[in-house]
Design a protein around this ligand. Structure first.
Ligand code: AMP
Length: 198
C-alpha cells in the first residue's frame, strides 16, 4: 500500500485535502496536530507540555514528536496505507520517519506539496481562527508559525525533491480543483505501485 505525506505551510489546506484523500483512497489519517490537540483537551501530561509550544506557534521538540509518532504507527495501519498530515516538519523528523517505515518494510510513496502564496495563508488562518477557536490561529501566532515553517519545514521541499518524491500542487485555487489535481497525482502513483506488484 502507499504511504503519503501531505506537506505545506500552516493554512495550506492539508487537513481539508486529507479528508478527500481518505474518502477516495481509504488511507489511514495521522494528523500530529490533531493528536496533540486531543491531548490538550484531555489535559494529559503530554497535552500540558504540547500546549506550551503550540500556543506560541513553536514546534514540539523533535525527540518528543518522533516518539509520539512511533507509537501511532503499527503494521495494521501500514497495511491500509497512511496519510501523514503535519509530520514531518523538520529534516530530523523526515529521516526518523524514513527509518521507522523502513524498519517495518515500507516507505513513503509520495509527498504532496500544497503550494500557497503567503498572503492567502494568513487570510485563511485568520478566518479559520474566528471559526475554530484554535489557540494558535491568532494573528501573532500565525506570523510565528509561518516563520517557523520557512526556517524549519520548507527545507524539506528540497530534501524530498532530491529523493524524487515531491509532487507540487497549486494550493491557491478552489478546494475542488486542488482535490482533483491531487487525485490525478495519487491515481498515477497507485497505478504504478499496482503495476510494480504484478
Ligand atoms: P497543525 O494542526 O499540523 O497545524 O499543528 C498545530 C501545531 O502542533 C503546530 O504549530 C506545532 O506546534 C504542533 N505540531 C504538529 N505537528 C508537529 C510536528 N510534526 N513537529 C512539531 N510540532 C508539531
Amino acid at each position: 500500500m502507499v504511504n503519503i505525506v501531505i506537506f505545506g505551510a500552516p493554512g495550506s489546506g492539508k487537513g481539508t485535502q486529507s479528508e478527500f484523500i481518505i474518502e477516495r483512497h481509504g488511507l489511514h489519517h495521522i494528523s500530529t496536530g490533531e493528536v496533540l490537540r486531543d491531548e490538550i483537551a484531555k489535559e494529559s501530561e503530554l497535552g500540558k507540555i504540547a500546549d506550551g509550544y503550540i500556543s506560541k506557534g513553536h514546534l514540539i521538540p523533535d525527540e518528543l514528536m518522533i516518539d509520539i509518532l512511533d507509537k501511532l504507527i503499527d503494521d495494521k495501519i501500514l497495511r491500509k496505507g497512511v496519510i501523514f498530515d503535519g509530520f514531518p516538519r523538520t529534516i530530523n523528523q523526515a529521516k526518523a520517519l524514513k527509518a521507522m517505515l523502513n524498519n517495518r518494510g515500507t516507505d513513503i510513496s509520495a509527498v504532496i506539496g500544497l503550494e500557497v502564496p503567503e498572503n492567502l495563508l494568513v487570510e485563511r488562518l485568520v478566518k479559520r481562527g474566528k471559526e475554530s477557536g484554535r489557540s494558535d490561529d491568532n494573528e501573532e501566532t500565525i506570523i510565528n508559525r509561518i516563520q517557523v515553517y520557512h526556517n524549519n519545514t520548507a527545507p524539506l521541499m528540497d530534501y524530498y525533491k532530491q529523493e524524487g518524491l515531491y509532487f507540487p500542487i497549486d494550493g491557491g485555487t478552489t478546494i475542488e480543483a486542488i482535490s482533483d489535481e491531487i487525485n490525478g497525482v495519487l491515481t498515477e502513483i497507485l497505478e504504478k505501485e499496482a503495476n510494480a506488484l504484478v
